[in-house]
Each structure stands twice: as structure tokens, then as C-alpha cells.
Design a protein around this ligand. Structure first.
Ligand code: ATP
Length: 239
């Protein structure tokens, strides 16, 4: 039989003022999967992540995480249940070192006392950060800062991470390294929901893909199937 999904989004609706941005979006993510949301600019991908995290004021539908209805819960309760979110804008703290930024990721979590162990584990996964723990975070490249934002989210050992456009504005070599880290995260048991414009790369690491258009899912398929379907890619994923 099929396992119970870790995340089940059903008929999700969201509004900004009078603008009805998500119009009945449904997705399922199984534990341990990497799932990508693809689609044009303005399709509603970022809003989907925000709504799952509870950051859109006006929303309706059903979002269940680990079997619990989380839609009515505030964002911090979702975080404490093991759901983490890395927004597109990285929000690292400029006056702090890399290590201090990492510590912020665990401050509010139930893993606080394991800080040293977590920093060690993160440093192993992100060798680039390991070399730079004492460096001021603001002096790092954009790609390194993005890795720090992701690593900081992992400090609290989330079950699932929502990643919004992690490759945005980053040098290709760093992007590839980052995507390799997603595979490593998956191997260590973290489930990932990824919003990504770089569809080609996303398809390489993802299990399944949902294509969003006009605030709803218009197509979904195993990544392997989409890799062999340039027509669908061209129709929905071109910017
Ligand atoms: P992109 O890749 O360009 O970020 P997206 O698929 O993530 O696209 P969203 O950012 O979710 O799309 O935006 C969906 C729609 O909602 C767009 O038409 C956008 O202009 C609108 N929108 C997003 N944020 C707001 C906001 N704070 N207020 C009003 N409208 C918004």
C-alpha cells in the first residue's frame, strides 16, 4: 500500500486583497521525497509556500502535515512541528558570523541543547561553510549566503524544508553544489518542497514535479517523465 503523505495540500485558496491568487491548488508530498513546483513567473509558487507556512493572511482549503491539519496554526507552531521555510530573500544577519547565524536557527527550537552537535553535522554537509564559520556572513558571496540560509533552517532538524528559488542569482558552480546538497539532505531523511526556475537542474534531483499555472496545478508527473517531455517543459516552464 501507499504510505501516508507527509504534506497534503487540498484545494488551497489564497488572496492578496481582492486578488484571488491560489485557486484550488492540491499537492501531495511523501516522506523522503524531493518535489518541485515549477511554472512561469506569477504562477503562484511562492504564494503556495507562504500559504503552507501560514504567511498569507487570507487563505482557505486544507493543509495537513504529518497527519495534522495545520492551516489554522500560526507559522511558529508549524516550525515547532518540523516544517522549515527558506524564503527567496536570504535574511542572513549581516553583523554576525556564519556560526552565529547558524546558532540563530536553533534558538527557538526543541534542539537548543544540541547546538554544538548540530553545527558539526551542518559543517560536514556544507564544507564551504565549515571553512568560514568565523567569517562575517555578509562578506560571503550570494551563493554562500544562500547555503547559509538553508543550513540555518536545517539547524532545527526539520522533517521538511520549503525552499523558494534557492538558485536565484547564484553562480552555476555553486548552484550545482547546492543541488548536490539537496540530494544529501534527502539521503539523511529530510523531505524537500522546492520552487525552482532552473527546471533542468530541478528535474535531476526531484522525484516528482507539479506544474503550477494561474494558481492551480495544471500538470504533475514523475521527474523522469518530464525530463523526456520537452514539449511540456516549453509550454509551462518558460519564463
Ligand atoms: P515568481 O517566480 O515570479 O515569484 P510565483 O509563481 O512565485 O512567481 P507568486 O509570487 O506566488 O508567483 O505570485 C502570484 C501572484 O500574486 C502574482 O500575480 C503576484 O503579482 C501576486 N502577488 C504576490 N505577492 C503579492 C502581494 N504581497 N500583494 C499583492 N499581490 C501579490
Amino acid at each position: 500500500g501507499r504510505t501516508a503523505p507527509l504534506l497534503a495540500v487540498e484545494d488551497l485558496q489564497a488572496w492578496y486583497g481582492h486578488s484571488h491568487v491560489l485557486q484550488g491548488l492540491s499537492i501531495l508530498v511523501q516522506p523522503g521525497e524531493i518535489v518541485t513546483l515549477a511554472g512561469r513567473n506569477g504562477a503562484g509558487k511562492t504564494t503556495t509556500l507562504k500559504a503552507i507556512m501560514g504567511l498569507v493572511a487570507r487563505r482557505a482549503g486544507r493543509v495537513s502535515f504529518a497527519g495534522e491539519d495545520i492551516l489554522p496554526l500560526p507559522p511558529d507552531s508549524r516550525f515547532h512541528r518540523g516544517l522549515a521555510y527558506v524564503p527567496e530573500e536570504r535574511r542572513i544577519v549581516p553583523g554576525l558570523t556564519v556560526e552565529e547565524n547558524l546558532r540563530l536557527g536553533i534558538l527557538a527550537s526543541r534542539h537548543q541543547r544540541e547546538e554544538a552537535r548540530r553545527i558539526e553535522a551542518i559543517a560536514e554537509t556544507f564544507p564551504r561553510l565549515k571553512q568560514r564559520l568565523k567569517q562575517e556572513a555578509i562578506t560571503m558571496s550570494g551563493g554562500e549566503q544562500q547555503m547559509l540560509a538553508i543550513a540555518r533552517a536545517l539547524m532545527a532538524e526539520p522533517t521538511m524544508v520549503l525552499l523558494d528559488e534557492p538558485s536565484e542569482g547564484i553562480m552555476p558552480v555553486l548552484v550545482e553544489e547546492m543541488f548536490e546538497q539537496f540530494v544529501a539532505m534527502k539521503r539523511s531523511g529530510t523531505t524537500i518542497l522546492l520552487v525552482e526556475q532552473n527546471v533542468e537542474l530541478a528535474l535531476e534531483v526531484s522525484d516528482r514535479v507539479y506544474i503550477v499555472d494561474g494558481g492551480a496545478v495544471v500538470h504533475h508527473a514523475p521527474a523522469a517523465e518530464l525530463r523526456a517531455d520537452p514539449e511540456i517543459q516549453a509550454r509551462y516552464c518558460a519564463v
